[in-house]
Design a protein around this ligand. Sequence first.
Ligand code: C2E
Ligand code: MG
Ligand code: MG
Ligand code: MG
Length: 290
Amino acid sequence: HIKNEKKGGAVIFDSGMQREALTRMEIEQSLRLAILDKRFYCAFQPKVDIRTQQVRGIEALVRLRNDDGVIQAPGTFVDLAIELGLIDELTHLVLAEIMRSIDLIDDRFGTGVSISINVAAKQAGNAAFMTSFARALEKTGCPARFIVEVTEDAFVAKTRFQTEVLPVLRSLGVGISIDDFGIGYSSLSALADITADEIKIDRSFIVDIHKRPRSQGILKAIESLGDALGMTVIAEGVEKFEELAYLQAATRIKYAQGFYFSEPVFLEDLESDRRAVSKRSTGSINRPLQ
Ligand code: C2E
Ligand code: MG
Ligand code: MG
Ligand code: MG
C-alpha cells in the first residue's frame, strides 16, 4: 500500500511513510531522553480476590512521560525499547520507581502486598540481565514481595532463563508468573517443566466469558492445569459484572485483574512531580491508559 520511488539513489517517502518514520523517531528520541531524565512512571493495578474483593497484590505498568506532558502506555515504546537495547535499563528504572513509591503502595493497597514486574520474554532469556536484575531485587531488601511476570514464550525451550535464572529467583523468594497465558507458543510438554507460581489467563479468553462456551471450556482446562501443577490462576481483563459473575459462579478461579475492579492508578500527582519538565497540562494525566 505504501509507494516509494527511488530518485538518484534517495528513497522518496510518501506522506504516510514519512509520518510513520517521524513518529518512530519522536518516540525513539523521547525514549532515550526519558531514560536519561528517568522520566518513567508506574501505574499500579491491583490483583483482586474475586470473592472478597481484597487486594492480593499489584502489578506495576510502566508509563513514559513526554516532554509535552503526554503520558504514553507501553504499547507505544516497549517493543522499541527492546529493539534499541534500552529495555534492561528501563526495567531497572521501573524497579527503582517502585521502590521510590513503596510507602505509597503500602498505604494504598495494604502493607506487604506483592508487587509484580513485567519482564519481556527476550530479557528473560538474557542470563546476564536477569542476573543483574535478580541482584537488584535482592538489594531491595524484600525480594520475596516481588513477582516477575513473563509471557509463556520465555518457557518454550530449555533456555538459560529456565536452567540458570529461575533457580536464582526462586532462591530469593521471587515469584514467577506466566503472563498472557494461552496465546503464546508454549506446548503442554514445555509446561510440564515450568516451575511457576501463577498463570494469568489472557484477556482474550475473559472477554464475554459468560456467553462464550468455547472460552468457558478453555478456562476450565486452564483451571485444571493450574490445580494439577500447583499454580495460582488469575483472570486478566475483567471489565464487566457479567464476566465476574460467571467466574464466581462457574469456576474456582480465585483472583482477577481488570477495569471492573480498578484501572491502573498513579500513586502521586504527576503534574507536581519534581521531574516533570513541562508545566503544560494535557488533560490526559488521569485518564486511564491501556
Ligand atoms: P500485561 O502485563 O499483560 O498487562 C495488562 C495490560 O492490560 C495493561 O496494559 C493493562 O492496563 C491492561 N488492562 C488491565 N485490565 C484491563 C481490562 O479490564 N481491559 C483492558 N482492555 N485492558 C486491561 P498496559 O499498561 O498498556 O501494558 C501493556 C503491556 O506492556 C503489558 O501487558 C506488558 O506486557 C507490557 N509492560 C508494561 N509494563 C512493562 C514493563 O515495565 N516492562 C516490560 N518489559 N513490559 C511492560
Ligand atoms: Mg503483566
Ligand atoms: Mg497480561
Ligand atoms: Mg498483555
